[in-house]
Design a protein. Structure first.
Length: 341
């Protein structure tokens, strides 16, 4: 196991650093302290290393508004209706950044900021820290975030913790775009998600607060493994929140993805109640990835473990507020290896 460090440049006077974690299996994960972004994940296969995530080639490409690739998103992942929420009769207005709504924490959400970072050589881990002042992007409370990424035996573990001095909403997610074949598109990957309910969205992709049943004939039915093209095929957008059947423990399998050649399988385990599945239909004009994959629509799939989308304005779905006495905790494990089934 080893950790390598490279300073890439500066953003607002702060160094942007890339670390490369290598485990005993020869897997290599490259992470930027800009947005705590997984830029590359290289996995040994019979003919070399295969990069299984989409990441921009240059760190500067992560700065503009555009598709989130590999970073953390928050304080609230997803879209917030009207860019505001009400709690105890008080309305909080959030900074708008996408067609009149607030998405992924705003233009200066946590995925756009440079974090502090420390290395833990003994555990092959990186620890990131970030402080958000009261009122940042419209959110109440002074918040202190701590994130750890740890790589061992083909498993990348993500632990997120946030404390606050005032009541505030929190729903953070990783936004890694996967392509286990190392080439586009994603349609022939096999996907499994143990879910039989999904969040209803309106025409503007804003949650209505209703949960819809998923029956076996539905395009959204991934409770049994199927190719993504059999659910959402050529030029069909998938950007939906599926509520997991079993939830609440960090060993709950939230999703499984298998490459078309069956050489690699990804398992995501999470203590969160839902996943947002996005087939990168809006990814365009972004050039090539760090491994020279063309960043085009349907080049990858994001499987974002998180709270139920829309809960901020529909509290019957889930309580997403933290307090000085109840901090935010989130655990996720991402495992890549040979498909055992």
């Amino acid at each position: 196991m080893s950790i390598e460090e490279e300073v890439l440049g500066k953003h607002n006077g702060v160094s942007v650093v890339r670390h490369r974690l290598t485990d005993d299996n020869g897997q290599v994960v490259s992470i930027l302290n800009l947005g705590v972004t997984v830029q590359r994940w290289q996995v040994p296969i019979k003919d070399g290393l295969r990069d299984v995530v989409l990441g921009y080639k240059n760190w500067e490409s992560y700065l503009p508004e555009g598709p989130a690739l590999g970073c953390l998103v928050g304080p609230l992942a997803g879209r917030v209706e009207g860019a505001s929420f009400v709690h105890d009769g008080k309305r909080f207005n959030l900074t708008r950044n996408s067609k009149g709504v607030h998405i992924h924490g705003g233009p200066a959400g946590i995925g756009k900021l440079v974090w502090g970072v420390d290395r833990d050589e003994e555990n092959n881990a990186l620890r990131y820290t970030l402080s958000l002042p009261d009122g940042h992007m419209g959110y109440p409370g002074k918040r202190s975030l701590e994130v750890e990424y740890r790589l061992a035996n083909g498993r990348l573990s993500l632990a997120i913790y946030c404390s606050t001095d005032a009541l505030t909403p929190m729903n953070i997610s990783q936004h890694i775009a996967w392509n286990l074949s190392g080439r586009a598109p994603i349609f022939d990957h096999t996907l499994t998600i143990p879910s039989r309910r999904r969040v209803e969205f309106d025409q503007y992709m804003v949650p209505t607060g209703q949960l819809l049943s998923i029956d076996q004939s539905s395009s959204f039915f991934f409770a049994r493994s199927k190719r993504m093209r059999d659910g959402f095929g050529h030029l069909q957008k998938l950007d939906d929140c599926l509520v997991l059947d079993d939830r609440g423990r960090s060993d709950t399998v939230a999703a499984k993805l298998v490459s078309p050649d069956s050489a690699l399988a990804l398992r995501i385990l999470s203590d969160q109640p839902a996943v947002v599945v996005y087939n990168c239909s809006g990814l365009q004009g972004a050039g090539k990835s760090a491994s020279d994959v063309k960043l085009q629509p349907f080049a990858g799939v994001c499987i974002e473990d998180q709270a139920i989308v829309g809960a901020i304005n529909h509290p019957h779905l889930q309580d997403v507020f933290i307090t000085p006495d109840v901090p935010y905790r989130h655990m996720c494990h991402m495992e890549i290896g040979v498909d055992q089934e």
